[in-house]
Design a protein. Structure first.
Length: 89
């Protein structure tokens, strides 16, 4: 009899803690238009993250408009850290 089956009474104890199971249970109880809105917002968030990542991988050949270089290009130290050694005496 299914009424006497302890497994049929509800979700497993692990599922009550699991964030994936809790999220799916919340989606089952939510209104369809709210779920649709969340899916669209998630897709937009992923597209924005992709655009940021794509922009970060492209090398910039020229400085951004309105920004100047603080020092002229020239020889750099052996470490390439932008410091120049000056002998005093």
């Amino acid at each position: 009899m299914p009424e006497n089956d302890p497994g049929a009474a509800g979700p497993a104890p692990e599922c009550q803690i699991c964030p994936i199971c809790a999220g799916l249970a919340a989606l089952r109880e939510a209104r369809p238009e709210a779920v649709e809105h969340l899916v669209k917002a998630g897709a937009e968030l992923l597209l924005a993250a992709k655009a940021l990542l794509d922009g970060a991988t492209e090398p910039t050949a020229t400085p951004a408009p309105g920004r100047r270089r603080s020092r002229p290009p020239g020889p750099r130290g052996a470490a390439g850290n932008g410091l120049q050694r000056i002998d005093i005496g």
